[in-house]
Ligand binder design. Structure first.
Ligand SMILES: C[S@@+](CC[C@H](N)C(=O)[O-])C[C@H]1O[C@@H](n2cnc3c(N)ncnc32)[C@H](O)[C@@H]1O
Length: 461
């Protein structure tokens, strides 16, 4: 066996806990034991750095036949080792195609970390720790398939199913080709961190949605029954919309709005691939959507996931572990927008339940926005106590804030996230609904845009 293939096999064995490094090196029958041992040791030492560089350079997506462990060994040799030993064989030209990008990503990592030597990056490995340990969550799209069938498919592909996890520790310990069912969400499969399924046929066919667990909470907690009318106010690129459609079983209606034409275009592709047929997409400023428009008279559910600083995003934590928090001015502008859009959503006359979420860690965009919107609403709304066993709660900044959920790599093994579920305080009869005072109009500085509607049709598998 050639050196790199042997090193990749040993590395995979170590990571899958099939044996000790020494034992696996000897069992490999590779002649130069010392050389193989040193290569695997070094590659393993830089493992987190290599994962980050390989992911941000998109190497595995570009080179579909390159297996992750072999990629790690080769990229170690290229960037951090002493060059390809024994010439590098057929791998050298393949890596040469990506050399510039890989080098640039390594340099970027060093700049972000403020270091100049490769060895100093080892500290980055431990800094990347929590974010790089977040597993790959995969939501089964129940519009097209069911968890049992997907589990069988992966088993036939040589994956080993561990059943439903009972703790976060079990998820953290997943390695190699092991996968499990999430402890909370019945349609969420969990694979080891860095599992890349973008090229998987089930993903390509819309049977799987690659979506972090925290980002599955909003639609799950909104839980509109089939047949409901729902607004997804800031919808693109549409992962949560497709989740809502699955919960609705494509029965009812989702009015999905977004301002960004490009993001809407990719959303239309995503929804078509996912078999969503109950969604009407509109390129429109949600603040300009009139709550008194008769089209929305039956909207009882709103999902509001507005633009935010993204300070909890996993990709950001992985690529820029030393990034500065958002500036005061930016937070001020974002939270003013978020408050305006939340107040606007709360003014829809038939609204019963709303989920507000962000992928921000900042109190200004989360608890403060929810507190102010509830205080300023003319209609009676309250925070709903949700998921009592969820370990990370809203910051204790006002009474009831503990009903909100927070998420992070350290506490929930997910990206950084915030969710609040808001419900109308009393269920109004249609007669009393007519008496509800119209709330103060929410000023919108954004000029009204031309409405463009797109019906999304379902697509066969
Ligand atoms: C955090 S992203 C939404 C992600 C989406 N919910 C998902 O799960 O895929 C916020 C979105 O809000 C859109 N947006 C910002 N301001 C808006 C507005 N006034 N009306 C409608 N959409 C808006 C942005 O274009 C962006 O696509």
């Amino acid at each position: 066996m050639a050196l790199y293939a042997a090193a990749a096999a040993v590395l995979a064995g170590v990571e899958n806990r099939q044996g000790s490094l020494k034992g696996l090196v000897y069992a490999s029958n590779f002649q130069n034991v010392k050389q193989l041992y040193a290569l695997v040791c070094e590659t393993q030492r830089y493992s987190a750095v290599l994962d980050a560089v390989i992911a941000s350079a998109g190497l595995l997506r570009a080179e579909k036949k390159l297996r992750p462990h072999l990629a790690k060994v080769l990229v170690f040799e290229l960037l951090l080792g002493k060059g390809f030993r024994g010439g590098g064989g057929r791998w050298k030209p393949l890596l040469a195609r990506h050399q510039a990008r890989l080098k640039a990503e390594l340099a970027r990592l060093k700049v972000h970390r403020g270091v100049s030597r490769n060895e100093d990056l080892l500290e980055v490995g431990s800094k990347l720790g929590p974010a790089s340990q977040v597993p790959r969550f995969v939501r089964v799209n129940t519009l097209k398939t069911c968890p049992d069938d997907v589990v069988d498919y992966f088993k036939r592909q040589g994956f080993s199913y561990q059943g439903r996890a009972s703790s976060l520790e079990e998820l953290r310990a997943l390695k190699g080709k092991h996968f499990a069912l999430d402890l909370l969400l019945p349609e969420l499969l969990v694979f080891p961190a860095q599992t890349d399924l973008h090229e998987h046929p089930l993903y390509q066919a819309g049977h799987l949605i690659l979506q972090d667990k925290a980002s599955c909470l909003p639609a799950m907690l909104l839980a509109p029954p089939p047949g409901s009318h729902v607004i997804d106010a800031c919808a693109a690129p549409g992962n949560k919309t497709s989740h809502l459609a699955a919960i609705l079983k494509n029965q009812g209606k989702i009015f999905a709005f977004d301002l960004d034409a490009k993001r809407l275009a990719s959303m239309a592709t995503l929804l078509a691939r996912a078999g969503v047929s109950c969604c009407e997409l509109a390129e429109e400023d949600f603040l300009a959507v009139s709550p008194s428009d008769t089209r929305y008279a039956q909207v009882q559910y709103i999902l509001l996931d507005p633009s935010c600083s993204g300070s909890g995003m996993l990709s950001r934590q992985l690529e820029e572990p030393a990034a500065e928090p958002p500036s005061k001015e930016r937070l001020c502008a974002l939270s003013a927008f978020q408050l305006r859009v939340l107040r606007h959503a709360l003014s829809f006359p038939a609204l019963q339940r709303l989920v507000y979420s962000t992928c921000s860690l900042c109190q200004e965009e989360n608890e403060d926005v929810v507190r102010d919107a509830l205080q300023q609403s003319l209609r009676p709304f309250r925070l709903v106590p949700i998921l009592p066993s969820w370990p990370h709660r809203g910051l204790d900044t006002f009474p009831g804030a503990e009903h909100c959920l927070r998420a992070s790599p350290e506490t929930t093994l997910t990206g950084g996230f915030f969710v609040a579920v808001i419900e109308r305080a009393e269920v109004l009869s249609s007669a009393s609904l007519a008496e509800v005072p119209t709330p103060a109009p929410v000023p919108s500085p954004v000029p009204k845009r031309k409405r463009r509607r797109k019906a999304v049709a379902s697509e066969g598998t």
